[in-house]
Design a protein around this ligand. Sequence first.
Ligand code: IMP
Ligand code: MG
Length: 334
Amino acid sequence: MRCTVVAGAFWGDEGKGKIISYLALKDKIDVCVRTGSVNAAHTVVYKDKKYALHMVPSTFVYEKGRLLIGAGANIHVPQLLKEIEETSVKDRIGVDPQCSIIEEKHSQMDKSSAHLKGLGTTGWGVGPAQEERARRTGKIARDIPELKSYLTDVVSEVNAAIEADKNVLLEGTQGLMLSLFFGTYPYVTSRDTSASAICAEAGVGPTKVDTVLLVCKSFITRVGAGPLPGELSKEEAVKRGWFETAAGTGRERRSAPFNFDLARRAVLINGATEVAVTKLDILFPACKNAETFEELSNEAKGFIDKIEANIGVPVTIIGTGPAVFDIIDRRRKN
Ligand code: IMP
Ligand code: MG
């Protein structure tokens, strides 16, 4: 699989953490670079334990893998140190000296700004930290004593791994509709979330990428303010089993049916070569824990076929439950 970029199609929470943790174990991901920031929580359920990772790459479940945080990311130091402890990855995680740092003041600014509150931000302080970065007054990782032992040239490490034909994964956060450039502005996050931006944050050039895997959920959710086409009432969402609360902030997620137009646009802007569809078991409960396409009901197969026909790229991976191996993998067998 060599160099794969994993990006979200909608408003985040598509299940990237689950898909990435599966790829880590199945494909033995030698190096993963996480991008984005602490506002995103990637859920990984492995060996009966549930992790909500805000900083540590979701490939940590593959114990031989190197874990990196790219220069374009922002680091929340206490959260990173806490997760390093929780996942026991102290000896195999590295951060780029140029990652920017989120300080307590940024979180205070995020929570006390009426404008940001109106957008429904997560309150972690990512927007204010990005502002400081653009002003070139913010701290970066090399200024922080607690990060000294983790500093590494992420660019050299990841590009050397690609050069050596190792399996590399670039982990994106959020989804295209939260992109600062392409999303539902101003109800967006403070960075571009597309595949190209993920490469840029990691320091990997576009010619080095083999696969862009776009992750879509079988229905759509969003937290915070802003438009959501086809939005259901909470009552209807509960009835359909689509009602969720956020892994990071605990906030209620709004929900809507799968949107083929948005998926097509996300495929276009990300240059997706493959799509993963998660939580098919929520739409079609009989699919729960299915491991082959043949096991799916005709209705469920029809839904996947309709997605492929609409977006023009293959649906290669299908999530059928929360655990890492609740997956149908239709990629060519390696
Ligand atoms: P911020 O990224 O905290 O500034 O929040 C801006 C918008 O992005 C808000 O609507 C948040 O709810 C949303 N957002 C940020 N990160 C995530 C995420 O990981 N999942 C879902 N929504 C997110
Ligand atoms: Mg999330």
